[in-house]
Design a protein around this ligand. Structure first.
Ligand SMILES: Cc1cc2nc3c(=O)[nH]c(=O)nc-3n(C[C@H](O)[C@H](O)[C@H](O)COP(=O)(O)OP(=O)(O)OC[C@H]3O[C@@H](n4cnc5c(N)ncnc54)[C@H](O)[C@@H]3O)c2cc1C
Length: 567
């Protein structure tokens, strides 16, 4: 699969032009392209780099939303959880989660049991036609001793016992976004990252403004392009209202932006996840991920421009402090690998961001005098496929795609690019692939790493290795990625900056700062292929080092006199 950047592909009128390449835009592009619609998607930074890269990495029903009585949303999410598990078999796996019950717990044991029973009931079909490696048992009560054995980080005092329930975990959310993109591209979509939507050209008829084209800039080369389309879909997440502001004076849709921080640290609690609500009623997850712990999220209103988003040191240390009060094995600042931050693009509801619904909205701006323009807001990583389907359905029903017959939707039962057949077992595929495609010079651990990241597409990397076995070498011995992935990332996956490569094509940048040696080596390879001058390569390295959200950088940014990140 090659995500080709060929500007001449832009010289056509698209049926649908998607603006914003987060999971929402990617799911819409996938749905539209698979239904035979001529689709373009543009992203001003890198695909899946914003909110979609800063999640709790859960593909979940949202147990917490039961408290808000959002049964419909939970059922829909649980249905989509199952679909995602089958459609992205190599990227999503079951995760056991412990809910400890303390003397002070609110809700207490009885209400938690009811909530979990309801959660089990709403996911009654979770194990129907599901491969063994995706099956999830029903929730169950475990003793106090068992809680401490499975979640040794939790404090003993006041602990009564706990529940275990299951959700799915996204092992590489960045590669999940890419899988949606590749599915769209393999069905004919045209995709450009680092391309911003700057302004819109409209025609004025009877007081209605139809959008004819979007004017864009390639933010790396500075080149300008005009992309024509019949329908434009604004999927710019936290930037949604700013994008609308480029078309209309006062957009009716407003967002409640809510900032969410997670701390990625050395492992503090073992293989089970914990969902804990402390005495003050504050809830947080401690999630095992890649032998590390992901702790959070926070949920606080964010009033600035989304471009200025960068983790605050105070917010991060407050989170660590709050969490540590419930732990026997606290998070140490020295063990922090990185701080993830994202903005939830929530629909304004007049309530707090914590209580605001996570449901999505699809707006047809024809009602406001802008036919052919749609916006999509809210939603979750988990339900993105369904949001893609509903959006394309709404566009088709609106009659804006004149004389175009779209195919029926197939996303409900089709795998994403790189995934095995819908509903097959990844474990079985992995075992077979390790046997069938083994290369003598590729260690099994590296082979397994490639299968996990690329699914069936890992064979393309193996193909590369057959010609150039020297690329089987790990970039640095302490991290799993191999040299061939860097070549593939540039030539086939549209990685254009060092950050694209380290943080979203390879795994290494998601595990903490990869170290100067790895950064230099990757930059050296990219420089050769992309013909970066030495000065350009130095600039890439320095930007990556300066912006990486390590605790040191976060602290330094917040010290007086230092400016926040802006783009
Ligand atoms: C802390 C946190 C934890 C979460 N945890 C989970 C979870 O565990 N599970 C789950 O299912 N959901 C979770 N969510 C929700 C989920 O992450 C979001 O709902 C989802 O990622 C939103 O995706 P999006 O595509 O709408 O936005 P984004 O991912 O932010 O994408 C919008 C894109 O638009 C681009 N853009 C902006 N302006 C322009 C322009 N002018 N031109 C071109 N491109 C532009 C941006 O660069 C950006 O990439 C979480 C959210 C947060 C914040």
């Amino acid at each position: 699969m090659n995500i080709k950047r060929n500007p001449s592909n832009l010289n056509q009128e698209f049926h649908i032009v998607v603006i914003g390449g987060g999971i929402t835009g990617l799911a819409i592009a996938r749905e539209a392209a698979e239904r035979g619609l001529k689709t373009a998607i543009i992203e001003k930074n890198d695909f899946g780099c914003a909110t979609s890269a800063a999640t709790s990495k859960l593909i979940h029903g949202g147990l917490r939303y039961l408290e808000n009585m959002e049964f419909g949303l939970v059922r829909e999410s649980l249905r989509e959880r199952k679909i995602m598990g089958n459609a992205a078999a190599h990227l999503v796996m079951p995760l056991p989660i412990i809910l400890p019950v303390y003397n002070f717990s609110k809700p207490g044991k009885f209400m938690m049991r009811i909530g979990l029973r309801l959660y089990d009931l709403l996911s009654f079909d979770r194990n129907f036609f599901t491969p063994k490696d995706k099956k999830m048992p029903a929730s169950r009560w475990i003793s106090r001793r068992k809680v401490l054995e499975l979640a040794p980080c939790m404090k003993e005092e006041g602990l009564k016992g706990g529940f275990v329930y299951y959700d799915l975990q996204s092992l590489h959310p960045e590669r999940l976004s890419l899988a949606f993109l590749k599915t769209a591209v393999s069905s004919g979509a045209v995709a450009f990252n680092h391309m911003s939507a700057d302004s819109f050209q409209t025609s004025d008829t009877n007081g209605k403004k139809r959008i004819l084209s979007v004017h864009t800039t390639d933010l790396i080369t500075g080149k300008k392009y005009k992309i024509r389309g019949q329908v434009f879909v604004n999927c710019t997440g936290p930037w949604l209202d700013y994008t609308l502001g480029r078309v209309m004076e006062t957009p009716a849709q407003t967002l409640q932006r809510s900032q969410g921080i997670h701390i990625l640290s050395k492992d503090i609690c073992g293989k089970y996840a914990v969902l804990h609500r402390n005495e003050a009623g504050r809830h947080f997850f401690i999630l095992p991920w890649m032998n590390l712990s992901l702790t959070g999220p926070t949920d606080t209103p964010f009033a600035d421009h989304p471009d200025t988003l960068y983790p605050g040191y105070k917010d991060s240390s407050d989170l660590i402090h709050t969490v540590n009060q419930s732990l026997t094995n606290p998070i140490k600042t020295s063990g922090v690998k990185s701080i993830l931050i994202g903005l939830r693009p929530l629909i304004s509801s007049g309530t707090s961001t914590y209580k605001a619904s996570r449901k999505s909205e699809i707006y047809n701006h024809a009602a406001e005098g802008f036919p052919g323009l749609f916006s999509v807001a809210g939603g979750k990583l988990t339900t993105s496929r369904d949001l893609g389907e509903q959006t394309v359905k709404k566009i088709i029903r609106s009659g804006e795609l004149k004389g175009i017959a779209a195919k029926k939707s197939s996303s409900l039962k089709s795998p994403l690019f790189g995934s095995i057949c819908y509903g097959d077992s990844h474990e079985e595929y992995e075992a077979k692939a390790l046997r069938d495609y083994a290369l003598t010079f590729l260690p099994e651990d590296s082979h397994r790493h490639l299968i996990r990241l690329y699914g069936t597409e890992h064979r393309e990397i193996l193909h590369l290795l057959k010609d150039k076995p020297q690329l089987a070498e790990q970039i640095v011995p302490e991290l799993p990625d191999i040299l061939a992935q860097v070549y593939y990332g540039v030539t086939h996956e549209s990685a254009r900056t060092l950050e694209d490569m380290l943080n979203r094509r390879l795994a290494m940048g998601t595990l903490g700062y990869p170290g100067d040696k790895a950064v230099q080596k990757v930059s050296g390879i990219m420089a050769k292929i992309l013909k970066w001058t030495p000065a350009a390569a130095r600039k890439e390295i320095s930007a990556y080092k300066k912006d990486y959200p390590s605790i040191e950088n976060v602290k330094q940014r917040e010290s007086p006199g230092k400016k926040k990140k802006s783009s």
